[in-house]
Design a protein around this ligand. Structure first.
Ligand SMILES: [Cu+2]
Length: 131
């Protein structure tokens, strides 16, 4: 009875050890994957999503450069309400009022330079360049 108990303990311990080893390997693998993922990240940026953060009464990044067909999402991180409203460019967009945490997405189909502002704080200006 005691010996069967020991065998059971070994039976449980072996897979646990194997898991620990696999997890250890996985850890170092994911590190090297992270290295290659930054290469893949470049490819992702090409097909990519554009993100603009509205923080501290600024649009970041500014200018934002994206490829035609890219969907850009503005997210308001400020407690103040902001908008992202186009002023000049091949097409128009307007987020309307975005409260804190709100976001707005627009897909840039036409190449060119888009200048936009916050309609509430008209000194907030930024540019999206679509190539
Ligand atoms: Cu604003």
């Amino acid at each position: 009875m005691t010996s069967s108990g020991l065998r059971q303990a070994a039976w449980w311990a072996a897979p646990l050890l194997a898991l620990a080893l696999v997890a250890g390997c996985g850890g170092s693998d994911s590190k090297s994957e992270g290295g290659s993922a930054s290469g893949g990240g470049g490819a992702k940026a090409q097909s990519g999503d554009g993100g603009v953060e509205i923080k501290g009464f600024e649009f970041k990044p500014d200018p934002l450069k994206v490829k035609a067909g890219t969907k850009v999402t503005w997210t308001n991180e400020d407690s103040a309400t902001h908008t992202a409203t186009s002023k000049e460019g091949p097409a128009e967009f307007d987020s309307n009022n975005m409260k804190k945490g709100d976001s707005f997405s627009y897909t840039f189909e036409k190449s060119g330079t888009y200048e936009y502002i916050c309609e509430i704080h008209t000194n907030m200006k930024a540019t999206v360049t679509v190539g």
